[in-house]
Each structure stands twice: as structure tokens, then as C-alpha cells.
Design a protein around this ligand. Structure first.
Ligand SMILES: C[S@@+](CC[C@H](N)C(=O)[O-])C[C@H]1O[C@@H](n2cnc3c(N)ncnc32)[C@H](O)[C@@H]1O
Length: 214
């Protein structure tokens, strides 16, 4: 399902600040060489992540799901001078290429890569995160949220990507729901009922949840 009218998408794209040359390169090469380039946040969502990060100037950011490093670099744009972004991915293949992109963009010292299962790595990261971006396997969204929420300070933000899941969360056809769709539906419901946070679901791209700890 196309969530937003393609002409409106184009208009939005044309009225959003351009990507940096490094981000343009990652975007182009991800589409040329990687499987599932749709996983990349892309131009408009990338600028949105950057804007949010610049608005809160985080000292520590946690990203769950690095892929080709696009969203990591967008979020890093708002870091304080000595700030750090910790990004986790289970796939080691892109690690070296991502490191070169982070260095080229001038964030080499501030972005720390972790390779492995995020469920095992998150409990070992003892940093006062101001911003968390959940963008890995959909089946574990709720676990990631539960793992990080308690340790966050009031006012800290969690962003979660793909929470409209191409519109499948509506289950309009009444078909049997697949596991990932059910996981996203359960996650969205849990957040909506959670009294510890306030939240807004933004219809950018595939749906981005903005969740603020109270
Ligand atoms: C949607 S992509 C991330 C896209 C990236 N955040 C961006 O916007 O450019 C999801 C990534 O999560 C990773 N992933 C999946 N399961 C994971 C797990 N259990 N732990 C850590 N990373 C995982 C995948 O390898 C993939 O690179």
C-alpha cells in the first residue's frame, strides 16, 4: 500500500534540505549494491532524524539496526561535541564499509559500532542515552523498547521506524496476519497504553513513532 500520494511524496522531497555528499553516496550505493535498499531511511526521513537530533543535542544516542549507516550519520549530526552514537547490527558484512563512511563524514571518533544480536548487546551498554532509534527486526521491537525504557531519563526520546508496516497494521483484507505485522501491531498498542510515555505516530515514509519518556 502506498501510504502517501506519490505526487505529495515528490513535493515533500523537493522541499526538504538536500543530503550531504556522503549521505548521497550511501543512498546511491545501497540501491546499487545491497539487498533490500528500502530498509535505508532515505532523504526525507533522514533529514527528519537529523532535525530531531539537532533539536535535542543528545550526548548519547543508541541505534538498533545500522544497515549501511545512513540513519546513524543523520542522527550523529545533532550530537554534542563529545557525544557518542552507539549503533548495533547483527550483520558484520557492512562493518568496514560503514566505518569508511563514518570517517569520511567526520564522525569517525563519535560513532561506535557493535556487531551482534541487539538483545544481548543492549544490556551491556551502560550509557545515559538521550535518544534511541529502534530500526532492526520487527519481531523484537517490544523487547528493545522494554530493554531501554526503564534506564532512560525523563524527557529522553525513543524513535521507532516502520510502525505502519506498509499499511498492513490495518489488516484491511482480514487476511491471516504474518508474524512481523502482528509484532508491530502489538508494539504500537503497548506504547499507546503505556502510561510512562507520551507518543505521536508520524506518517512519514513507513511510519515513525516518536515516544517521549515522562
Ligand atoms: C531496516 S535496517 C536498518 C536501516 C538503518 N537504520 C537506516 O535507516 O539506514 C535493519 C537492520 O537491522 C539488523 N538486524 C536485524 N536483526 C537484528 C538483531 N537481532 N540485532 C541487531 N541487528 C539486527 C539487520 O541486519 C539490518 O541491517
Amino acid at each position: 500500500m502506498e501510504i502517501i500520494n506519490p505526487d505529495i511524496e515528490k513535493y515533500i522531497d523537493e522541499h526538504t534540505t538536500s543530503e550531504s555528499p556522503v549521505l548521497q553516496k550511501i543512498n546511491r550505493e545501497t540501491h546499487l549494491y545491497e539487498l533490500m535498499p528500502r530498509m535505508l531511511s532515505g532523504h526525507v526521513q533522514g533529514r527528519f532524524l537529523s532535525m530531531i537530533s539537532k533539536m535535542i543535542s543528545p550526548g548519547y544516542i543508541l541505534e538498533i539496526g545500522t544497515y549501511t549507516g545512513y540513519s546513524a550519520l543523520c542522527l550523529a549530526e545533532g550530537l554534542t561535541k563529545k557525544g557518542q552514537l552507539h549503533t548495533i547490527d547483527i550483520n558484520e558484512e557492512l562493518k568496514e564499509k560503514n566505518r569508511r563512511s563514518f570517517n569520511d563524514a567526520g564522525y569517525g571518533d563519535q560513532i561506535i559500532q557493535h556487531i551482534g544480536n541487539a538483545l544481548e548487546i543492549i544490556p551491556k551498554l551502560d550509557f545515559p542515552f538521550d535518544l534511541v532509534f529502534i530500526d532492526a527486526d520487527k519481531g523484537n521491537y517490544l523487547k528493545y523498547y522494554q530493554l531501554v525504557l526503564e534506564s532512560l531519563r525523563p524527557g529522553a526520546l525513543i524513535l521507532a521506524d516502520n510502525v505502519l508496516w506498509s499499511g498492513k497494521v490495518l489488516n484491511e483484507n482480514g487476511e491471516k496476519i504474518d508474524k512481523d505485522t502482528q509484532a508491530i501491531i502489538d508494539f504500537n498498542e503497548y506504547v499507546q497504553q503505556d502510561k510512562r510515555v507520551e507518543n505521536v505516530l508520524v506518517s512519514i515514509r513507513d511510519g515513525l513513532f516518536l515516544i517521549r519518556k515522562l
